[in-house]
Design a protein around this ligand. Structure first.
Ligand SMILES: [Fe+2]
Length: 153
């Protein structure tokens, strides 16, 4: 039987594949020639932005209200921690973009990119382990994702 979150889980699988590509690019920053580091760092920042910004905004606009509706009463009560983690991710993405302007600190850039990717993957796992099962049990018949989820660029 199809789950309410099947389309969203498929979207997430695509995002994870893109994040792996970004992680590999970040890992290659310091092994490339110094002259190419700034461009590679900017590519990492742009890749993360393409992967995450639209998806996180879609979640905040669409998924979190559904979670709150089905999981408990009260606006934003249940999704508050997820919303806060989005704030952390947005803030750390901005920090990574700032660090991309300093090719002399490629090691610091890669370290920050690794931390950010770890937070994103932990955030996804938490949502998929806690939120999605709640939605699958309570929102049966309400497909979540699919045409509402932003297409990956
Ligand atoms: Fe999220």
């Amino acid at each position: 039987m199809a789950r309410a979150t099947d389309a969203l889980r498929a979207t997430r699988a695509g995002i994870r594949a893109r994040l792996q590509e970004v992680a590999e690019k970040a890992g290659a920053v310091t092994s490339g020639p110094p002259a190419a580091r700034a461009a590679t760092m900017r590519e990492v920042v742009a890749g993360l932005d393409r992967c995450l910004r639209g998806h996180l905004e879609w979640e905040e606009r669409t998924l979190h209200p559904v979670v709150d509706k089905f999981a408990c009463e009260g606006p934003r009560a249940f999704s508050a921690s997820m919303r806060y983690e989005h704030d952390i991710i947005h803030r750390w993405m901005a920090e990574l973009a700032r660090r991309a302007g300093d090719p002399e600190d490629a090691v610091g850039f890669v370290r920050h990119a690794d931390r950010l990717l770890g937070v994103v993957l932990a955030h996804f796992e938490l949502e998929e382990a806690v939120f999605f099962p709640i939605l699958d049990e309570t929102a049966a018949g309400h497909a979540i994702g699919g045409p509402l989820a932003p297409a990956l660029p």
